[in-house]
Design a binder for this molecule. Structure first.
Ligand code: ATP
Ligand code: MG
Length: 428
C-alpha cells in the first residue's frame, strides 16, 4: 500500500513548498485527504487539494514565500501561491477548547507532527508523509484501517464528535464517497453526538451533503444519515415520508449518473405523482441549506417536469411544453431524471414506458421546434404594430398567447397566421 506513495504523484508546485520550508529548517509533511487517496488508489489530485502541515508558525510561512494569502492565520492556515497554484499550509496545532462544537476557541501551535495528527478526525486522515525522504508517520494505525476499509475516529469517537459536530457527517460522507464502512464504536457515537451536530453551521453541512451527492451511490450516504438519526436533522422536511417513498427516492438518485447534482437533487425532492404525498417543497429546503441560487432554480425546473406520467409520448405538443418550460438544452437532463425516477420504482414495469417517452422527447427536441418568444415569426415590434400598442404588459400577454399557439402547432409559426391570430386575440 505504501508503494503507492511516490514523489512523482505530487504536483511540482506542492513539492516546492515542502522543499522550501524544509530548507529553512522547518518540518513539513503532506497530510490529509490527498495522502489518504494516494494510499488507496494512487489517485491524481490538483495542487490545491494537498494539505501541508508544518512546524513553521504562520508568520514564518509568510516570510518564506513571496506570494501568500493569510486565509486563516488565526487557525494556522496560510495559502501559498506556488507556481501560480494555491497550496494550503497549516501549522501543527492542537484543538484548544471547544465551547460551541464548531470551532476551537483558541488554537495552540505545536512542535511535533504526531501531536498535530492527534487532532485530526479519522485515522486514515491522520497519516503524514515526507515525499523527499519517504518517511511516514501513522501513529493511529490509519494504514491498517484503510487496508481493512474502515473509518475509525482518532482516539475517543464521542469526545471527538462532541468537539466538532460536523465530524459525524464527515464520517458518513467519507464512508459513502470512498465506499468504506464506519467502525462500530465510531458509528455508535454518531447518534450520541446529535446535539453537537445541531450546532454546526449549515454551510459546512451542505458541503458534506454535496460530496455525498457526488458519490457513485449517494443512497449509501443517505441510508447512513437515516440509520444514525442525522437525516431528520439534515432534511427534517423529508422525515414524514413513508419508508417506501424514501427508499424509492434514494434508488432514483443512484440511477442518475454521478456529476449531475441538480438532477440527483430533483430525484430526491420531486414528489411522486402516484400516491398522495406530503409536499416536500424543494425550494425552501434548498434555500435553508444555502445551496447556490443557480442550483435551486435548476432543480426547480427539473422538479416542475418530473411527473413523467402526465406526459403523453403520442402528443408532441405535450413534449414541446416540457421542452419550452425547461429550455431545449435541458432535454438530456429531463430524460436522465425520468429514467432515474422510473428505475427507482420497485417494480420494473415503468422502464419501458419511460424509455419510449424519452425517445419521443429527444426526437421532438431534435426537430428544433419554436419554443421561445425569440423564435416566433413575429417580433415584439411586429406585435406592437399589428395591435397598435406601445410597450407594456399587454404586448407580453399577446406574445405568450402566440407562443402557446405555436407550441401547440408549430406550422402556425408564419407571419400571416400569427397576425390573424392577433386580430382574434384583440377582439376576445
Ligand atoms: P476531501 O478528499 O474531500 O478533500 P479531506 O479529508 O481532505 O477530504 P478536507 O476538508 O480537505 O477533507 O480536510 C483535510 C484534512 O484536515 C483531513 O484529511 C483531516 O485530517 C483534517 N480535517 C478536516 N476537517 C476536520 C474536522 N472537522 N476535524 C478534524 N480534522 C479535520
Ligand atoms: Mg482535502
Amino acid at each position: 500500500m505504501q508503494d503507492a506513495l511516490t514523489i512523482d504523484c505530487v504536483p511540482p508546485a506542492v513539492l516546492e513548498v515542502v522543499r522550501r520550508l524544509q530548507e529553512r529548517g522547518h518540518q513539513a509533511w503532506l497530510v490529509g485527504g490527498a495522502v489518504r487517496d494516494l494510499l488507496r488508489a494512487g489517485r491524481e489530485r490538483p495542487a490545491e487539494d494537498w494539505d501541508i502541515a508544518t512546524s513553521a508558525r504562520p508568520r514564518q510561512v509568510m516570510q518564506t514565500f513571496e506570494k501568500v494569502i493569510p486565509t486563516g492565520v488565526k487557525h494556522g492556515t496560510v495559502t501559498v501561491l506556488s507556481q501560480g497554484e494555491p497550496v494550503e499550509v497549516t501549522t501543527f496545532r492542537g484543538e484548544g477548547k471547544y465551547s460551541d462544537a464548531r470551532r476551537p476557541d483558541e488554537v495552540e501551535f505545536l512542535e511535533e507532527v504526531d501531536d498535530d495528527l492527534a487532532r485530526r478526525d479519522f485515522t486514515m486522515n491522520a497519516i503524514a508523509w515526507d515525499p523527499f525522504t519517504g518517511r511516514m508517520r501513522d501513529p493511529f494505525g490509519g494504514m491498517r484501517d484503510l487496508e481493512a476499509g474502515v473509518i475509525r475516529a482518532v482516539r475517543d469517537p464521542l469526545e471527538r464528535f462532541t468537539e466538532d459536530g460536523l465530524r459525524p457527517m464527515r464520517a458518513i460522507r467519507l464512508a459513502c464517497a470512498l465506499e468504506l464502512t464506519i467502525e462500530e464504536e465510531t458509528l455508535k457515537a454518531i447518534p450520541a453526538a446529535a446535539s453537537s451536530f445541531r450546532k454546526v453551521a449549515v454551510e459546512r453541512v451542505r458541503q458534506e451533503l454535496e460530496k455525498i451527492l457526488d458519490a457513485r451511490l449517494p443512497s449509501s450516504g443517505f441510508g447512513l444519515l437515516a440509520e444514525t438519526g442525522l437525516a431528520s436533522l439534515v432534511l427534517p422536511e423529508l422525515a414524514p415520508l413513508e419508508e417506501n417513498d424514501w427508499n424509492r427516492r434514494l434508488r432514483a438518485m443512484d440511477e442518475v449518473p454521478p456529476g449531475n447534482r441538480p438532477i440527483r437533487l430533483a430525484a430526491l425532492l420531486a414528489s411522486s405523482g402516484e400516491r398522495k404525498q406530503i409536499e416536500s417543497s424543494h425550494a425552501p429546503i434548498l434555500r435553508r441549506l444555502r445551496f447556490p441560487k443557480a442550483t435551486i432554480s435548476e432543480v426547480g425546473l427539473l422538479v416542475s417536469v418530473s411527473n413523467w406520467r402526465e406526459v403523453d409520448p403520442c402528443r408532441p405538443a405535450d413534449l414541446r411544453r416540457v421542452l419550452a418550460r425547461v429550455g431545449a438544452d435541458r432535454v438530456e437532463a429531463v430524460a436522465a431524471l425520468w429514467r432515474a425516477l422510473a428505475r427507482g420504482e420497485a417494480h420494473g414495469s415503468a422502464e419501458e414506458t419511460v424509455e419510449r417517452l424519452c425517445s419521443a422527447l429527444l426526437e421532438e427536441a431534435g426537430r428544433n421546434p419554436p419554443l421561445e418568444a425569440a423564435s416566433l415569426a413575429l417580433t415584439g415590434k411586429d406585435v406592437m404594430r399589428v395591435l397598435g400598442l406601445g410597450a407594456g404588459p399587454e404586448v407580453g400577454q399577446a406574445i405568450s398567447y402566440l407562443l402557446d399557439l405555436v407550441i401547440e402547432d408549430p406550422s402556425r409559426n408564419r407571419p400571416e397566421t400569427l397576425k390573424k391570430a392577433l386580430e382574434g386575440w384583440r377582439q376576445a
